[in-house]
Ligand binder design. Sequence first.
Ligand code: SF4
Length: 699
Amino acid sequence: MEVVLAESAGFCKGVEDAIKIALENASLGKTVSTLGPLVHNEEVIAYLGRNKVKFYDNLADIPEGTIIIRTHGVGPAVLSELYKREDLEVIDATCPHVKKVQELVRNYADSGYQVVIYGDIKHPEVKALMEWAGPQTLVISPGEVEHGHLELSEKAVLISQTTQQENSYASLAKILEAEYPHLVVHSTICKAAAKRQLAASKLANTVDLMLVVGDKKSSNTHKLTQVCREITQTYQVAGAHDIAREWLVGAKTVGVTAGASTPHWKIKEVMVMMENGSFEEKAAEEFSPSQEEHNQEEVSQEELGQEEIKEYMPGDVVTGKVVLVDEEQVLVDIGAKSEAVLPRKEVYLEGDNTLDEIFSRGDSVDVLVLKANDQEDRTVVSQKRLERERRWKELEDALEDTSNLSGNVKEVVPAGIIIDLKSGIEGFMPGSLVDLRYIPDFQEFLGQEFSFKVVELNRERDKVILSRKQALEEEQEQHKQETINNLTEGQIISGVIKRLTDFGAFVDVGGIDGLVHISEVSWQRVGHPREILKVGEEVQVKVLEIIPERERISLSIRQAQPDPWSQIEERLQVGAVVEGKVTRIVNFGAFVEIIPGVEGLVHISQMADFHVKHPSEVLQEGEEVEVKILDINKEGKRISLSIKEARPAPKDYSASAQQKDQETQNVTLGDIFGDLFPNNVKNELQDAEDEEDDNGKNE
Ligand code: SF4
């Protein structure tokens, strides 16, 4: 037996949207009510009830909370009553198409037209339309016009209930237009309903038997049944259980369609039962033994996507679509004979989470098959076990390839911290592997997301050891390499002083420390870097040299600052007397800093007016002195200074003293010792002195 589904069947958009709105509001914890059943289908109503969407027949019974106006809409009087209730939040889920018709009739009524409605006077949509159309409204039920004459006013308009049969409405319009030429006719049958009717009649023309799936109270399902019945043998069923074997005798092809209020899972139930259930076999055995076996399992149905019915084995992993969520289970369409059951206990639920907080109808979900076709012909699946399996695989991969994973700190324990790895798995991070530095208390990390490496795994014992420290070290190393790769010699960058030593300062320039040698700390003479630098201080440094393979970077703070020699001419003049500080004493003189970073030499001969054997006799390091600038050599960076010329000449060192010196210089040995020697010796001495004088002059 071949089973074919109509191209268009089941839930229309209007119904689907209204159900979604109701379920979404109920999931927010609101008390959700509807005035009358949201849709004419008992199973859907029961499902809504389980999800805390209740319907009431009377306005007065509706409890405070949220009221959803169903797709059929309501009249202006009911609407105004609802809006008057301060304890109600009104959500209007009237189908947009129905709303348009309501506006249409109200406009005609306001313009003085008599509105004639073709439809079922007891149907809620028609009842509401009557209210919008006013007191002159006339309702014509299908077939009624043939039984008598109508009294129409001068201005009249004809519309139809949205789910009426297109052909019947067209026939009625033709009859009335002939009798009342002034009658305005509007085509108000919904396209979704019309599409289902067209698809049903097309299919009915090609099959031996039609099954129309839908609730007996559903108007549009009833119309579909009428459409099909005019063409072929047709039965309306609420579900698979309504199908009688006798109907199938002699039927080689069976068509299936469904009303706009029929859920897809109900259509599928009928399809599956017809194709794979006992009907085919029994019908073949009992009523038509010669009937050819059909292995064809494809159904031509838009909603089912022409999927093949699949069979699964325990352990199979499959992706399905959520078709129903209630408190205890989720039904998942996995393309099998029937929806797979995902029990609540097979879902990893955190805290007080409920199934409907995690799943929504239409969600795609991966599950692991636990039981395939159990005694009740169900497939039972688990999401929890699949997630756990996948998480373990991720952990094993991360251990092997040393990649990073992440998770939240769940708990602090004496020896370390517990990380939530999801899917019911926890990892332990010993205290020594939490950070690069010592941390006395891990409480500050509670709830934080950590990135870490897996360092040990034992699946049998559920043991997972993690290290954030290794992840941080790797991160630091990467940062270091990036810094080295991005640095260029001569570049000036900022860094932070990390450590001071006798030979210089270590500066962090981005995950790596570079060395500023003491000679590069400042333009000034520096005895120890601590004299001018502090740990933690931010400084500008010039990159002097990079040796990537040794991870060595030479830096200079001095060269990142202006050279004081560059402005020397503006700041110092030859002949000027300035103050300075003795920075270093050497055998031949002393160095004096006269502006920061600029030193000059006071030669030993320029230290005092008297003979100085060693500079330390008259100066000491650190002493402040006045010096006169004798010479500036900018290119050679040399300045000659004099202390003695910076001082005024002493007052007692006068001309008479000089003369005395001169006289002393002119005294001869003969003058002093002449009386002690005979004349010939005195003459020889005088000759020797004269000769020495002459030699001295010649020299
Ligand atoms: S059948 Fe048409 S008019 Fe009715 S609810 Fe669906 S979409 Fe709206």
